[in-house]
Design a protein around this ligand. Structure first.
Ligand code: ATP
Length: 609
């Protein structure tokens, strides 16, 4: 059967089966059978782009994340926005139905809603028709147009088919089979070819015959290549051990947009991690690249950031989205204070050869020759040069060759103090490999918890304020509970952090008045803290007064900067950066305090790769 004439319902059966099957070998075998039976004309792209939607760049972006998709579906189904089902879609994270079973999976919550409105019979769409409609969806410029296309989809599918359409639009099918396995089952050279071209259509067209091997292809100027990645490590000691005996460079991990610059004469591309060419960067940077890259053809690897020339430092733009938004809005061009700055940390192609097979140390040398740095616009990240040459004493240093683990540790701590993203530690003898995350590059990031998470902690001590608040408690030492045995109350509290801001004067006065009768002075080193508090000997932790019994104390809800830090000052394994009191929880009992283990689980679940 020709691929394009195959019914989409056949693909849905493949998806359903793959999702349910446990054995990876069986999943692969089923996929192979599908290719052989339903793509008999070997026109694989129309089908494979639906299996790997996140790698398909032909259609660009749909501009439909869950929240917008929810509203578009509500409109497409003609529902009132405050109906029960509409709210279910809008609040998809909380889950649908009464059990909340599908919480966090938008497509499943949507299926619940669709099942009540769509028939069970297949709509009969072919793969070609689905692709045509998806093209229309991507090309439509506003929400009304998108809603129209979604409404056509709804008319021509059943709820199961629509579920998979939604997954394709969200670019994540959750099939439980890796992209690697899909590539390998398709053709043994597919992954390699994709890694150096980022072109799924080309891969499908060039590798029609599974038995014909494809000569390993090197990278080319003008074709995006999948970036080398970093493996996460827990601490500096682990990184040092992993790279034992190697010459190691440690770099600041910049928080911008990973961009490859491909220069071919006057033609310049700015490819992001999802292989898209960013014209907004071209507009701002092309001339600088032309003038300061001293070779006709090359590929640079690096990070696009924003430079604030009034403050003479990288602007705190934080996330890539904000940078992209700033780019769309034209940055702050009136004052000419903010500009894009490209920090090149690697070079992949030079003149007419790929240099990814050379060592990082050699590539750094090439980088020095090829790029003429221009402060605040174009920088290179190499040890003893480039960005570092701006560093005078007191200014941050961005990269250096480390000789021992203590130097790595110290640099990491400094980056956290600067609120940077962390550090990247690289083997200077390694080559650059597309899509590799095997550990040639390691990353060390501060642990964080989701911004806005409220933590209920117990006040265990107080610090006197100064000035107007002199002699009165103005800040608190708060603790986490040691996890109690089931059905009992906690017996010990572990010092967690010091918090002072967030309350109005009146709120603070009320709180201090309530606690005052229980404050006990503490004179170090004579008097030991009460035995139900676990504390360290660190002088910064010592409060002026202790709450003499946890049962008399009060719970505070605190929030913080998204980062937590490893704690040396306090007894809990992590502390918070810039904590703030959200509110005083007079409504909670002292024993409803968050326990340490739950907090650690919260931190771990917030941290990804
Ligand atoms: P993360 O969310 O930690 O950035 P990721 O999956 O996007 O993870 P990783 O490969 O794990 O990417 O981490 C490396 C990323 O860090 C790169 O994609 C790049 O954007 C960024 N980065 C910042 N500074 C550097 C640097 N000096 N060297 C390499 N990558 C850097």
């Amino acid at each position: 059967m020709a691929t394009e004439q195959t019914k989409f319902s056949v693909m849905c059966s493949l998806f359903n089966w793959t999702q349910r099957a446990k054995s990876p070998a069986k999943k692969r075998a089923k996929f192979r059978k599908f290719l052989d039976s339903f793509c008999a004309d070997r026109n694989f792209f129309p089908a494979i782009r639906l299996v790997l939607p996140n790698l398909d760049r032909e259609r660009g972006s749909y501009g439909l994340k869950e929240s917008v998709l929810a509203i578009s579906l509500i409109d497409a189904l003609g529902m009132s926005r405050d109906s029960e089902d509409a709210l279910r879609l809008i609040n998809w994270r909380k889950g649908g139905a009464k059990t909340g079973a599908n919480a966090g999976n938008f497509a499943l919550v949507a299926t619940e809603v669709l099942q009540r409105r769509q028939g069970t019979a297949s709509g009969g769409l072919t793969i070609k028709e689905v692709n045509d409609l998806l093209d229309q969806l991507a090309a439509s410029e506003n929400r009304a147009e998108k809603t129209q296309v979604l409404s056509t989809f709804i008319q021509k599918t059943n709820a199961q088919e629509m579920k998979w359409i939604i997954m394709i639009v969200l670019k994540d099918l959750k099939l439980g089979i890796s992209e690697k396995s899909i590539f390998h089952e398709f053709h043994p050279d597919a992954e390699d070819l994709f890694n150096v071209t980022c072109d799924l259509k080309l891969v499908c067209e060039k590798l029609r015959d599974r038995n014909q091997r494809h000569k390993r292809q090197d990278i080319e100027v003008g074709k995006a290549v999948r970036p080398q990645l970093a493996k996460r490590v827990a601490n500096a000691a682990e990184a040092w051990k992993k790279l034992h005996g190697k010459e190691v460079v440690v770099e600041c991990k910049f928080d911008g947009d990973r961009i490859q610059i491909h220069k071919n004469g006057t033609e310049i591309h700015f490819f992001s991690r999802n292989f898209l060419d960013h014209s907004e960067y071209a507009h701002a940077m092309s001339e600088i690249i032309q003038q300061n890259i001293l070779v006709d053809r090359c590929i640079l690897d690096g990070e696009m950031l924003v430079w604030d020339s009034s403050l003479n430092r990288f602007a705190e733009f934080g996330s890539n989205q904000e940078i992209a938004k700033a780019a769309r809005d034209g940055l702050d061009s009136d004052r000419q204070v903010l500009n894009f700055v490209y920090v090149a940390f690697d070079i992949l192609y030079f003149g007419d050869t790929s240099v990814i097979h050379q060592t990082l140390k050699e590539r750094h040398e090439i980088l020095r020759k090829v790029v003429r740095p221009l402060k605040g616009r174009l920088e290179i990240l190499v040890p003893n040069g480039g960005l570092n040459s701006h560093c005078s004493s007191g200014e941050p240093c961005w990269s250096f060759i480390a000789h021992n683990v203590d130097e790595v540790e110290k640099f990491f701590k400094e980056t956290i103090e600067n609120r940077d993203e962390g550090i990247v530690i690289k083997d200077l003898g390694s080559k650059w490999e597309p899509s590799d995350r095997s550990g040639k590059w390691l990353k060390l990031k501060p642990e964080y918890i989701q911004a806005g998470t409220d933590l209920d902690v117990l006040i265990i001590g107080g610090y006197y304020g100064s000035g107007r608040r002199g002699g009165e408690v103005a800040q608190f030492l708060v603790g986490l509970a040691e996890r109690p045995s089931p059905n009992t109350h906690p017996k010990r509290f572990i010092s967690f952090c010091r918090v002072g801001t967030g309350l109005s004067d009146d709120e603070l006065d009320a709180l201090v008045t309530k606690l005052k009768p229980y404050f006990r002075k503490y004179e170090y080193p004579k008097k030991r803290p009460p035995s139900f508090y676990q504390v360290t000997n660190h002088s910064k932790e010592r409060p002026d007064v202790w709450v003499d019994s946890p049962e008399k104390s009060i719970i505070l809800s605190i929030t913080s900067d998204i980062r937590t830090i490893e704690s040396e000052v306090f007894a809990a394994p992590y502390s918070l950066r810039f904590p703030r009191i959200d509110r005083v929880r007079y409504d909670k009992a002292w024993y409803e305090c968050l326990d340490v283990q739950s907090f650690i689980e919260l931190v771990q679940s917030s941290n990804g790769t």
